[in-house]
Ligand binder design. Structure first.
Ligand code: ADP
Ligand code: MG
Length: 611
């Protein structure tokens, strides 16, 4: 009976499989298939997608699923890319203020809701069932503060929390008869609005707040409707990952605008190097600061700011997914590019947008382990077929890439996926270097979506992948390259006068007011900002000298190598260094797809390939 082998590549975006027949000493590839990765790469959720892809590939090869004798999974690199993308800028909030900082030692734990009141006003409070948050400026000593709070509580005044200027949280807390959460080290305490509804939350050491960092938590606390909740979600987002926070509601009518800062980024490098840079300085400064580090160990965002919320949220999501503490999760790379962010003008009547500048950030997270073994075990259990985790991903990709006619060692590959751009080099003697960088196809889609204010990622993805046209009459369309296309059959009425995406069989009109030229510019510049930058960054990293002149050719792989413009942009850029670049044709037939899956099959037996 014939024996079959399957290779499975779980990527951030796609799961690709390849099936080959083993004939004596030779391998004969019979089919391949691709599905969207189900769940986060390296988690049990992947099994569903893998099984589906294998079933479809088996069907295509006209074999039975159970004819597969062995499944080989890639040893997924413990880096996760596409979870971590965001546009960061200053945001304006109205009707609320917040303090989101992480004092070293806040007092107590829990959530307190009440009206803000100055500590020395407590004794003037009349008996009622109102609850209070006390605000304690500097001059008040902790002994006195504790005494005042205890006395007020004894007299029946309900106090549910405190906001303190000095670093006295624990000292006050220890002296209270009834414990309350206390946020301390609030330097600008005079800015805390008084007689307003406020909430104070402190988490136990090693934990993070749960209510004030959740828009629906805030909605519950302040009794908000869905519009107000949408507004306040910016506050929640900036507070993600904090151990303590205060949010204060200023009632409607009193429209005081407050800013949530874009924030600072703290870069930690080897040899105790530590650099910080503000998001407002722009992407170029951010990347230049990054380059000053010998090697990046971790990145932190300033707490209580938009960038802090992004990095903290990422750490939290991944710690839940991988069963590790947030501290074990490190940011191993990031890419910052300048972006234009359309922002709604407050008080506008017709949803007018103003264009503000911000920074788009993609980051890459390194965890100590990606539980691929768990995926393998589950897959084996579900299918009854032996599963083997084999091979370093970069090495498998190179093995696959080498099936491209005309390639040979030494070889350099550039794998442009959805979440990450990976590069690897194998020397003539088989020595391997590789790197994984944040930012790839999904970041391009995000930029297009946001800069055109589409709020529709699917549409943005379509714009990325296809050229544009403008339907000027029943029978003719102006194309983006300036030429005119005449059609024998009339264009559909819904496309008249519109800019359309020219897919192979379909025309999709774009609802944006932007002109064809503008949309094209944004599309092309998004691709350049991400891929040209990352091609150069990644190739420099895998070269011992960092000097691009030392490579002669680059083979491009991955979904984004299918793009109608990206390979050309990279070819042009690398041409400046005398490098020849072209996209792969795996096994002489698959184009830039299926390299890793093919490599996994090939590496199982060191035998010759039959085409
Ligand atoms: P991964 O290895 O990270 O799972 P893939 O190699 O599957 O990723 O690449 C996924 C990316 O490729 C996505 O960003 C997707 O938009 C992009 N992509 C897929 N097909 C095309 C295409 N025809 N043109 C441009 N981009 C494409
Ligand atoms: Mg891939």
């Amino acid at each position: 009976m014939d024996k079959f082998l399957a290779g499975v590549d779980i990527g951030n975006s796609s799961t690709e499989v390849a099936i080959a027949k083993v004939q004596g000493t030779q391998l004969h590839f019979v089919s391949q298939y691709l599905v969207k990765t189900t769940g986060i790469k390296g988690t049990i959720d992947n099994v569903k997608g893998i099984r589906f892809a294998l079933t479809e590939a088996a069907k295509k090869a006209e074999i039975h699923f159970h004819d597969i004798e062995l499944i080989r999974l890639n040893d997924a690199v413990p880096v996760i890319g596409d979870l971590a993308m965001d546009l960061i800028s200053e945001t304006i909030i109205t009707e609320s203020s917040m303090i989101g900082h992480n004092p070293d030692t806040p007092g107590g734990a829990g959530l307190g809701i009440g009206t803000t009141i100055l500590i020395d006003q407590l004794e003037k409070v009349e008996k009622s069932d109102k609850e209070f948050i006390v605000v304690v400026p500097n001059p008040f000593d902790y002994e006195i503060v504790a005494h005042l709070i205890n006395r007020a509580m004894d007299q029946g005044t309900a106090i549910t929390g405190a906001v303190v200027q000095k670093d006295d949280g624990v000292l006050i807390h220890n002296r209270l008869n009834k414990k309350i959460p206390i946020v301390d080290e609030v330097a600008l305490i005079e800015k805390v609005p008084l007689s307003k509804l406020a909430a104070v939350e402190v988490a136990l050491p090693g934990h993070v707040i749960r209510t004030l960092s959740n828009p629906y938590g805030l909605a519950t606390v302040f009794d908000l409707d869905s519009d107000q909740t949408k507004q306040i979600s910016l506050v929640a987002k900036a507070l993600v990952g904090n151990r303590s926070a205060v949010v204060i509601r200023t009632p409607q009518g009193e429209v005081v605008e407050r800013k949530i800062e874009a924030g600072k980024v703290f870069l930690k490098g080897s040899n105790n190097q530590q650099l910080s840079v503000s998001i407002n300085d722009g992407a170029e400064t951010l990347m230049q600061t990054y380059e000053k580090l010998e090697s990046l160990i971790d990145v932190q965002g300033e707490t209580g700011t938009n960038v802090g919320g992004m990095f903290n949220g990422l750490r939290q999501d991944l710690s839940l997914l991988t069963d590790q503490s947030p501290e074990e999760i490190k940011i191993s790379d990031f890419l910052a590019v300048d972006a234009v962010i359309p922002t709604s003008i407050s008080g506008s009547m017709a949803g007018e947008l103003s264009m503000e500048s911000g920074v788009a950030l993609a980051s890459m997270v390194k965890t100590d382990r990606i539980p691929v073994e768990r995926v393998a075990a589950q897959l084996k259990k579900d299918t009854g077929i032996p599963v083997e985790v084999g091979g370093i991903e970069a090495e498998m990709a190179i093995r696959g890439a080498l099936t491209t006619p005309g390639t040979g060692k030494p070889i350099v590959i550039l794998d442009m996926g959805g979440g990450s751009t990976d590069a690897a080099m194998m020397t003539e003697t088989g020595k391997l270097t590789s790197t994984h960088l944040a930012g790839a196809g999904d970041m391009v889609t995000m930029l297009i979506n946001s800069e055109l204010a589409l709020e529709n990622l699917e549409l943005a993805e379509k714009i990325k992948k296809n050229p544009l046209g403008k339907v000027v009459s029943l029978f003719h369309m102006q194309l983006e390259d300036g030429t005119t296309l005449f059609s024998d059959t009339p264009f559909p009425p819904y496309t008249f006068g519109r800019v359309v995406i020219r897919e192979e069989k379909e025309l999709t009109p774009i609802s944006s007011k932007a002109s064809m030229e503008k949309i094209r510019d944004i599309r092309r510049s998004a691709k350049r900002r991400v891929f040209v930058t990352n091609a150069l960054r990644s190739l420099k990293k895998i070269l011992p000298t960092g000097n691009l002149k030392h490579i002669s050719s680059v083979v491009m792989l991955g979904g984004s190598a299918l793009d109608f413009e990206i390979p050309q942009m990279i070819t042009e850029e690398l041409g400046k260094y005398g490098i020849v670049a072209g996209f792969a044709n795996i096994r002489g037939s698959e184009g830039p797809r299926n390299a890793v899956a093919t490599g996994l099959v090939l590496s199982s037996i060191h035998k010759e390939v039959l085409r």
